[in-house]
Design a protein around this ligand. Structure first.
Ligand SMILES: *Cc1c(COP(=O)(O)O)cnc(C)c1O
Length: 364
């Protein structure tokens, strides 16, 4: 037996398993397993990526300076308070490493994004889950679980995989109830898809307080999951802390160049949003009409609930979709084994998914 022992917490981590991307026997399955943008990457981003190949031997510019300037211009933010990372996953991890340690607590909403608990365990901290009401985060329950050990609170807004969100008022109440030495992380990976006017990605809180961070990603509406790019916006204090901790060349050169091009391709982003605006409500209505519960979503995916009955349950539905060449995401890791998460793809993909579900429930 090995005498090597990782630090406490690490062996408690159930490794994150990403969405499947293949089905034996299907050359081009419909991949609806990872919430990637329906229309793929911007052609302009692909071109910038190809061009960057000529400088493959060069180290990237370590501060992502041009990219941060582009993000600043695009969103009207101060580039000095932006930090870029290899996906927002890297930044979420850095934030937890910076502010949480052994004996500390990281608070999140029960069906929140899996990486929050994984990051907490990775630093020897305890993940604390606050119960939800009907798969929606609850400010009262969250605040009731704040203790002197709480260091970080992570909220995905909107949340993956439930599609629900905290309103601007709820987010403000949550922040107001937290001690000033607790960091509130608003993970707004799907913010670009949201059109509710009571929604907030947390920007006004970042501007008003030292202890709030907003994280964003290029992986979802910007269709760039394969190139790993995210960013976060926070006070100068938190920015300084994270800048000390991050690897000097954490964002590769091709990701920086393609990221700038993706931001500039506003028409492509608009097309992604329009596709979602059409097919999210269509798919939600169609699947509801089949007698399945569809949780209301403001992201680019829906959580579909199945009866807890062998042969009609989520596992059987997953098998039926896979047999039709469609890959959804099973949700057991989120404690939602009776649900499947289905992202919004293109029209042909959504019609195929709807038809496969209709056959599954016997209403073709
Ligand atoms: C997809 C996702 C992320 C991770 O995005 P990357 O930038 O690809 O690391 C973070 N948070 C939530 C809620 C997500 O769904």
């Amino acid at each position: 037996m090995s005498t090597l022992k990782p630090r406490p917490g690490i062996l408690d981590i159930a490794p994150y398993v990403g969405g499947k991307d293949s089905i034996p026997g299907f050359e081009k399955p419909v991949k609806l397993s990872s919430n990637e943008g329906a229309l793929g990457p911007s052609p302009r981003a692909m071109e910038a990526y190809r061009k960057a190949a000529a400088d493959l031997h060069r180290y990237p510019e370590g501060g992502s300076t041009d990219l941060r300037a582009a993000i600043g211009r695009h969103f009207g933010l101060d580039p000095a308070r932006i930090v870029c990372g290899a996906g927002s996953d890297e930044l979420l991890n850095l934030l937890v490493r910076a502010y949480c340690g052994p004996g500390d607590e990281l608070l999140y909403s029960a069906h929140g994004f899996l990486m929050y608990a994984i990051n907490a365990k990775g630093v020897g901290a305890t993940p604390v889950a606050a119960p939800e009401k009907d798969l929606r985060g609850d400010v009262y329950e969250l605040l009731a679980r704040v203790t002197p050990r709480t260091r970080v609170v992570c909220i995905a807004n909107p949340n993956n995989p439930t599609g629900s969100y905290l309103t601007r008022d709820e987010l403000r109440r949550l922040h107001a109830g937290l001690p000033a030495d607790v960091l509130l992380v608003v993970d707004a990976a799907y913010a670009e898809y949201v059109s509710r006017n009571d929604y907030s990605a947390g920007l006004e809180l970042v501007d008003a307080a030292q202890n709030v961070v907003m994280t964003r990603t290029f992986s979802k509406i910007l269709g760039r999951g394969g190139r790993r790019l995210g960013w976060r916006y926070a006070s100068p204090t938190v920015t300084d802390t994270i800048s000390r901790l991050r690897q000097p060349f954490n964002v590769n050169a091709a990701a920086q160049a393609a990221g700038i091009a993706a931001l500039d391709d506003v028409a492509h982003t608009d097309a992604q949003r329009t596709n979602n605006d059409i097919w999210l409500p269509w798919f939600s209505n169609e699947v509801s009409a089949l007698g399945l519960k569809v949780h209301p979503s403001i992201g680019n995916f829906v959580l579909v609930e199945f009866p807890r009955e062998k042969g009609r349950d989520a596992e059987a539905a997953n098998a039926a979709l896979m047999a039709a060449g469609i890959i959804p995401r099973m949700m057991g890791a989120y404690g939602l084994g009776h649900c499947l998460r289905i992202p919004i793809g293109r029209e042909d993909e959504m019609r195929a998914a709807r038809d496969a579900l209709a056959r599954f429930v016997g209403k073709p």
